[in-house]
Design a protein around this ligand. Structure first.
Ligand code: ATP
Ligand code: MG
Length: 420
């Protein structure tokens, strides 16, 4: 029986992988100039970390985690997101002691047992950043500006930045009460999930995609009217800095984000063209998280961005780069005698950084030329017994259709000229 990849996972094949490498390179370059260091955390963690770090009543922890007991009976979870792991590593290695502000980024696979659909997978990839130890609204604005810079650099347009403030535990408690007062009389009309949310985490009702729930929350009081003085002035400063930097955004008072740990600034980057799963990036400030994970009071802010949705957006906007995985040189061998020399020449070209493919099977010239053509090689080298005796090789430029005989010792120079 044939075994396929599990539902919700994907193989990234060589041609597609070129696009992934290109995306990763651009993203890393942006992180570099903003002075972020990379952190590579394990793909699995103790389940407790996510339960504590993400929140027991979130969709992720309630129903999306890949959790299992390992051979030693420990509860292990494949990481569903990056922030909890980064905070754990930050505390475990006492990174706060190294510099005043810690700026970290990651890039890698995440796992959530969700219903697979367009732009939603069970194994997907995120890149993201976390800044630990800085309160200033300047860093909020910088993090948002950096996210938009990544998409701009990749050539994307028509992305929208949505911005909101969810306040701190103090002002949020006041708002929560006001929201409850508004929603409770109409709770019977809410969808089943929201009836549950109403009890556990009423702010999440604002997030619901159901039109009925959205209708009910449309008239609900808005969070920004409940912000305390500190949260309100922080939010005003973030907006002022973004305005000054020319970062375009819209205030979305429904934006509360799915995770419990956010405080003050929250934001998302969306591309409407993606349909239902339109968020490419989401993030915000989480001033309580480090403490919740057992550390000292430490402010934090970050975002996570989906790579699959980013690549779908590039596709939809016609912005995929043209990348070639073709060999520069196909080395064709005729007969047995030249095989060893051909191998030696191929190794020499590779050592010079020239992408080289070699004929292994010793087929007819016609068959070899067909392969070179299929591989889209720019140059073909042909080594037969005559060339071996003369210490030369035939070089054919496939595009120009020209060929000539080149002495071995001039080969690298001639190839470099031909390749431009
Ligand atoms: P959504 O509302 O689409 O479920 P989310 O709020 O759960 O998103 P985050 O946890 O904030 O998403 O993750 C940040 C980004 O990671 C998202 O904006 C999205 O681009 C991507 N992402 C999240 N879940 C998935 C998934 N299952 N498959 C593909 N990408 C995802
Ligand atoms: Mg989700």
């Amino acid at each position: 029986m044939k075994i396929n990849a599990p539902k919700g996972t994907q193989d990234i094949l060589p041609e597609q992988a070129l696009i992934w490498q290109w995306v990763e390179k651009q993203v890393r370059e942006v992180f570099r100039v903003y002075n972020y260091g990379e952190v590579r955390t394990p793909i699995f963690e103790h389940t407790e970390l996510f339960a504590r770090g993400i929140g027991e009543t979130t969709d992720i922890v309630e129903k999306e985690m890949y959790t299992f007991l390992d051979q030693g009976g420990r509860s292990i979870t494949l990481r569903p997101e990056g922030t909890a792991s980064v905070v754990r590593a930050f505390l475990e290695h006492n990174l706060a002691a190294k510099t005043g502000v810690t700026k970290l980024f990651y890039f890698g696979p995440m796992f959530r047992q969700e219903k697979p659909q367009a732009g939603r997978f069970r194994q997907f990839h995120q890149f993201g950043v976390e800044v630990l130890g800085e309160n200033s609204p300047l860093i909020d604005a910088e993090v948002i500006a950096m996210a938009t810079e990544i998409y701009r650099r990749l050539g994307l347009d028509a992305l929208e930045v949505r911005l909101n403030s969810v306040g701190c535990p103090v002002c949020r408690a006041n708002y929560r009460q006001a929201l409850l007062d508004h929603l409770t009389p109409r709770s019977g009309e809410l969808c089943a999930s929201c009836q549950r949310r109403l009890v556990q985490n009423p702010l999440r009702v604002l997030d619901c995609k159901s039109p009925v729930c959205q209708g009910i929350t449309a008239e609900a009081p808005q969070l920004d009217q409940y912000l305390c003085e500190d949260c309100a002035s922080h939010f005003a400063a973030v907006r002022r800095y973004l305005d000054a930097m020319g970062v375009v955004y819209m205030i979305d008072s429904r934006l509360v984000r799915g995770l419990d740990y956010y405080t003050k600034t929250v934001f998302e980057v969306v591309y409407q063209g993606l349909g239902a799963q339109n968020a490419v990036c989401g993030g915000g400030r989480y001033d309580g998280l480090v403490q919740q994970c057992g550390g000292p009071p430490t402010p934090g802010i970050g975002f996570a961005a989906g790579v699959e949705r980013l690549i779908i957006t590039l596709e939809k906007q016609g912005k995929l780069p043209e990348l070639s995985g073709a060999p520069q040189v196909y080395l064709s061998v005729l007969g047995d005698a030249p095989k060893l020399k051909a191998f030696e020449i191929a190794q020499n070209l590779r050592a010079q950084g020239i992408r080289t493919e070699l004929e292994y099977a010793g087929r007819s010239l016609k068959a070899q030329m067909k392969t070179a053509d299929k591989l889209n090689a720019a140059l073909v080298l042909i080594l037969g017994e005559d060339e071996l005796a003369r210490e030369t090789i035939v070089l054919r430029n496939m595009k120009k259709g020209e060929q000539r005989e080149v002495p071995w010792r001039e080969l690298v120079t001639v190839i470099q000229e031909e390749l431009g």
